[in-house]
Design a protein around this ligand. Structure first.
Ligand code: CDP
Ligand code: MG
Length: 735
């Protein structure tokens, strides 16, 4: 049925595969061990929600977040309120009464720290006030940075609607690989990373009259770097206004950093929130989430629910489980709208979370951290917090970066709880014990700059002529070893010379808005005459893990379809194969449907590919194709990723340089092949250190692409002599 086909493709229900679920489950089990400590049983009365015969989770009411207002307001906006004009809504925001005062403060100070409860109107209103006040006269622009892409897009869309203009005209957004701005765009919402890149073309930000660094409390890597750069620019551009906006956290630090800039506080408007903890630790928080949402739904008065999970896969799994149970319960329960929100969610789907809930129904929004402070959804009364988030961590000794699900900080947990008290008194259900909250959560989240690799940022700073990184003005400096390793890696990639100066190739690498290793791979495609293929691989790697679609009822078909794309050599070639066949189909959505490929991901890959292709000329790489000689493609990839190599030893895979134990991800096409030498795109720590997107290589290629990095001796194979010759051969040799 073609109608259903369109449906499926358009919906992007992206059910995670069984395999993925398995890993997910194993991981969840591991993660929850952290909360496995005993509970100092609370004396508070027991609070139990009951859902027919289904299992239930027991919560105990333990604390209350103090609000500033009496709990009286109606839980959801009345239809009359919803119909109120946009201007009336604008006037109702907490920031509005302070409009004049705020504008005066901005006029009087070059740098102003603005602190206000989430949802008070900082992001959507302040740039508009500045616009109305004439800060965009003479073609000057206002930048407002967001650490998250979704926030930049959705906020820009909201502001465009409020101003009654088309998105991309006066108001627009700019995120990596997606520019929705034009010559006319004076209010520019952008990711912090994009403003960083603006420094490359306009080091003094001369076309901007105001820069608002928003969500400063998030302390994302790029925001932290922006602080240093903007502080510097502000010194020699006295007319530039700098605003640092933050939720109510840590604003004194920002003030001190900016030479004691004044802090403007927007008084909050917050209702009390009752906090409940589980009596005992939950073994599987995903399952516990689903049960709790249903418990809330059947036992609690009207009001929408916000659930915090850690990422796309988990969110999709939870949404699916919820929809499944609702379907089974049928008319026994009232309607429950289940809506996901995460970074890669297509924008039309994002918009749905902001639509008012129909009368009689309840909405549950299943979100990542993004809903903690970056986005405000009206009507939330209940927050469900499993207490986890996905966090990057980095080991500068081994150079290994991993993304792990870790318990969130107390500051995070309290931000999350606060989301329940915006429109009325709310409730926050924490899926961990009061004991765990007290004893196992860190106070605050460590700034990203201290737990990530810095290759990208160091390359950018070097391109901006900032040579002495050790003395860069950091709000919190990164670990010394991390900086050093970044310099070393950039040297190995040929981006810096032995004096630490930027090379020609380094300058080109900085031109490409991707990680240094990926840039290097693209540059290397010139030498191996395969830029067409490498562009595709780069684009497919950038859309990341959401290529294949695996609906529960067609698992076998989906798996067969996936295996059909396998090519000897590994996952990068599989990605290339998928894209090539899709392109041959005329970029057809029907083709995607038939082959269990996610159309949206492919469309995005196509966008990314086009943009990268547009930059090739700037980095002096010509278009060329390998004509089926995949060895060349694999060598070009190796030229970028020779840092990420592993070899098979008696006791499994070990990274070549650091001798770390790693494993091939079960979703990889090489999972069963177990080649002797391989490179990986990234490591993901779940139950183990998994290598995702792996490619079979030959050790001799490492000497070819990185002779300065590898010595022949360390690439010798200790077991090779003992192996019968044939087994030692690669598949190419065997034909
Ligand atoms: O930045 P801050 O957290 O202070 O508030 P904001 O993001 O400017 O939000 C102000 C209001 O705009 C809130 O009531 C949000 O619900 C609303 N908003 C929206 O309806 N749609 C968006 N995409 C963003 C904000
Ligand atoms: Mg905001």
């Amino acid at each position: 049925q073609p109608a259903r086909a369109v449906d499926l493709v358009e919906e992007e229900s992206g059910a995670p595969g069984e395999e993925q679920r398995r890993w997910e489950e194993a991981r969840l089990g591991a993660a929850s061990l952290k909360f496995g400590a005993r509970d100092a049983a609370s004396q508070e009365p027991k609070y139990q929600l009951v859902l027919e015969e289904e299992e239930t989770i027991e919560f105990v009411r333990a604390t209350q977040l103090q609000g500033d207002e009496e709990p009286s307001a109606p839980p959801t906006p009345t239809p009359a309120q919803q119909k109120e004009s946009i201007q009336a809504v604008r006037r109702s925001l907490p920031v509005f009464p302070f409009r004049e005062e705020l504008l005066a403060a901005i006029a009087n100070h070059q740098v102003l720290i603005i602190e206000g409860e989430t949802g008070s109107g900082k992001t959507t209103q302040i740039p508009q006030y500045l616009f109305e006040e004439g800060y965009t006269k003479k073609g000057m622009k206002i930048a407002c940075t967001q650490p998250r892409r979704v926030a930049a897009m959705s906020v820009a869309a909201r502001v465009a609607r409020e101003m009654g203009v088309k998105l991309g005209n006066e108001v627009g957004y700019s995120i990596r690989f997606e520019d929705c701005t034009s010559e006319r765009t004076v209010l520019r919402y952008m990711t912090d990373g994009m403003l960083l890149r603006e420094f490359l073309s306009e080091p003094d930000l001369a076309s901007y009259s105001v820069v608002m660094v928003d969500e400063a409390h998030e302390r994302s890597l790029h925001t932290d770097i922006l602080f240093g750069l903007i502080k510097d620019v502000a010194r020699f551009r006295p007319e530039l206004k700098v605003l640092v906006a933050s939720a109510t956290l840590d604003t004194a630090r920002f003030s001190t950093f900016f030479d004691d800039a004044p802090v403007f506080r927007i008084p909050g408007r917050r209702f009390p929130v009752d906090i409940f903890y589980t009596k005992a630790p939950e073994a599987d928080y995903l399952e516990a989430c689903v049960v709790s949402v249903l418990q809330i739904h059947v036992t609690q008065p009207p009001g929408d629910i916000l659930v915090f999970l850690t990422g796309q896969e988990e969110i999709e799994a939870a949404c699916e489980m919820l929809q499944d149970r609702c379907r089974r319960l049928g008319s026994k329960i009232r309607e429950l709208l289940v809506l996901p929100i995460y970074a890669n969610l297509p924008s039309d789907m994002q918009a749905r979370i902001f639509q008012p809930t129909p009368p009689g129904a309840r909405k549950v929004v299943v979100a990542t951290n993004i809903a903690e402070t970056s986005l405000t959804i009206e009507g939330i009364i209940y927050v469900l917090d499993p207490g986890f988030c996905k966090q990057k961590s980095y080991n500068p000794r081994t150079g290994m970066e991993s993304l792990t699900v870790t318990p969130c900080s107390k500051a995070s947990a309290n931000q999350r709880a606060g989301r329940a008290g915006r429109v009325a008194a709310g409730k926050c259900f924490r899926l961990y014990t009061a004991w765990a909250y007290q004893h196992e959560l860190e106070e605050t989240t460590v700034p990203e700059i201290q737990r990530t690799s810095l290759g990208n940022v160091v390359l950018l700073l070097k391109s901006l002529g900032i040579h002495d990184l050790m003395h860069f003005d950091f709000l919190d400096p990164p670990p010394y070893e991390t900086l050093l390793l970044a310099l070393e890696q950039l040297y190995a990639l040929g981006a810096l010379n032995h004096l630490g100066e930027l090379t020609t190739s380094g300058r080109k690498m900085a031109e490409l808005p991707v990680d240094p290793m990926l840039s290097k791979m693209i540059l290397a495609s010139e030498k191996y005459s395969c830029s067409e293929e490498i562009l595709t691989v780069a684009a497919m790697l950038s859309v990341n893990n959401s290529i294949f679609y695996r609906p529960k009822d067609k698992v076998v078909h989906a798996d067969n379809a996936r295996v059909n794309f396998f090519l000897p050599g590994g996952d990068h070639l599989v990605l290339l194969n998928v894209y090539t066949q899709w392109a041959e189909s005329g970029y057809s959505s029907q083709w995607c449907y038939e082959n269990f490929v996610q159309f949206r991901s492919m469309r995005r890959a196509r966008d990314v590919r086009e943009q990268l292709e547009g930059l090739l000329e700037r980095v002096e790489v010509g278009l060329s194709s390998c004509q089926g000689d995949y060895i060349r493609v694999r060598k070009a990839i190796t030229a970028g990723y020779f840092y990420h190599t592993a070899r098979l030893t008696r006791s499994g895979y070990r990274t070549v340089k650091q001798q770390q134990t790693v494993f091939i991800h079960p979703n990889s096409s090489l999972f069963e092949e177990q080649p002797r030498w391989l490179l990986y795109h990234e490591l993901v720590l779940t139950t183990k250190e998994f290598m995702r997107q792996v490619l079979e290589i030959e050790s001799s290629w490492l000497l070819e692409v990185a002779p300065h990095y590898y010595k022949a001796k360390e690439l010798e194979d200790p077991h090779a002599k003992k192996m019968p010759k044939k087994i030692g051969k690669t598949r190419e040799e065997l034909g």
